[in-house]
Design a protein around this ligand. Structure first.
Ligand code: UT7
Length: 327
């Protein structure tokens, strides 16, 4: 079995920045309340009442906003990795907000990128990218050479803009990684995947409807499952929390992120956070936070990274990863 490593990353965000203050035009809220309860200051928006431009008319088989963000992030990751699209054996597009119901969004994205290997969508909500990383690791171990893993969302298209208890949370964006095979153990040291489908009612979107969320209940469960999953991954990797150089949690709420870090015994200054700028971007949040930390020079060769996501389903996933610097 081969191991795997990340050989390049890329991100993409819509241009439109929406500040908390702008949301007061839609519902009764304040910048102070949103900052204190969630840590969010701005988010990027491609759809909904605050978007600058209307979504382009639907073109069957074409790319909507999720697809376009995915292509931009994917192209940047390929370029950073120095891998041409024809060498990708599988494109995994993690998303809860695809441009079309059928076919998978990854089909149009693969065509736009020139990927000729397989392509599939993966919906594990906000745990999507971490689920995808484990899936990529398995495939690379089984003989694939390169997997392009993308988390991309247009959550503002399925946000209920009349619901002040959830609408301020969500934003749009994409993050991507080229995951490549390497001889030997590689970088995926430990992982844990889980789901409790009896909790579907906590967070869901019906066809053609807006997102419904029981915020307090999600909060409570999120802390518990993320801590338990992270502990399981650390044990599998045979490392302890104090060895973790960077904790990259799903960016859902700064209070959830800090509570989980504290319960794990990881100082919050070792946590990657982009939530103030991006809000909750579901599948895109972990790669956006990881890419941000890499760009800021926060990771050195050999550093241990803990990724941990949770989301609708309820799903959860965590990974212990040894960072390998690329040239
Ligand atoms: O990606 C994973 C999915 N989502 C999550 O992880 C979200 C998990 N949940 C949360 O992050 C939090 O529950 C929220 C940030 C959504 C809400 O924070 P909270 O501390 O749980 O607030 P709450 O729902 O307990 O509401 C507290 C008060 C209520 O007023 P009363 O009943 O105390 O008078 C709400 O009506 O705040 C009120 N409120 C607001 N006030 C101003 C609710 N939304 C707002 C708002 N602005 N936007």
């Amino acid at each position: 079995m081969n191991g795997c490593t990340i050989t390049g990353m890329g991100t993409a965000l819509p241009d439109r920045v929406v500040r908390n203050e702008e949301l007061t035009a839609l519902f009764d809220t304040s910048d102070q309340w949103i900052r204190e309860r969630s840590g969010i200051v701005t988010r990027r928006v491609a759809a909904g009442p605050l978007a600058t431009e209307p979504l382009p008319p639907h073109v069957p088989g074409g790319l909507g906003t999720t697809g376009r963000l995915a292509v931009e992030a994917g192209r940047r990751a390929l370029s950073a990795a120095g891998v041409t699209p024809d060498r990708i054996d599988l494109l995994i597009l993690c998303t809860t907000s695809p441009d079309q119901q059928v076919p998978a969004n990854s089909a149009a994205v693969s065509a736009a990128l020139g990927v000729r290997g397989g392509a599939m969508d993966l919906n594990a909500a906000c745990a999507g990218f971490t689920y995808g990383l484990v899936t990529a690791g398995g495939l690379l171990g089984a003989g694939a050479r390169h997997v392009l893993l993308i988390g991309a969302e247009t959550l503002t298209r399925i946000t209920d803009w009349s619901d002040r208890s959830s609408a301020f949370l969500f934003g749009d964006g994409a993050g991507a990684a080229v995951v490549s095979s390497v001889p030997g153990e590689g970088c995926l040291l430990g992982w844990d995947l889980g789901v409790d489908g009896s909790l579907v009612d906590l967070l869901y979107t019906d066809h053609g409807a807006g997102m419904v969320m029981k915020g307090q209940e999600v909060f409570r469960r999120a802390v518990r499952v993320t801590v338990d999953s992270a502990v399981a991954s650390l044990e599998r990797a045979k490392v302890t929390a104090d060895q973790i150089a960077l904790f990259v949690p799903h960016q859902a709420n700064i209070r959830i992120m800090e509570t989980v870090a504290t319960k794990l015994g990881i100082p919050t200054d070792r946590m990657a956070s982009v939530i103030a700028e991006t809000g909750n971007t579901s599948s895109a949040s972990i790669p956006l936070a990881l890419a941000g930390a890499v760009a800021a020079g926060r990771l050195s060769d050999g550093d241990l990274v803990l990724l941990a996501g949770f989301g609708a389903g309820m799903t959860w996933a965590s990974v212990v990863w040894r960072w390998q610097a690329t040239d």
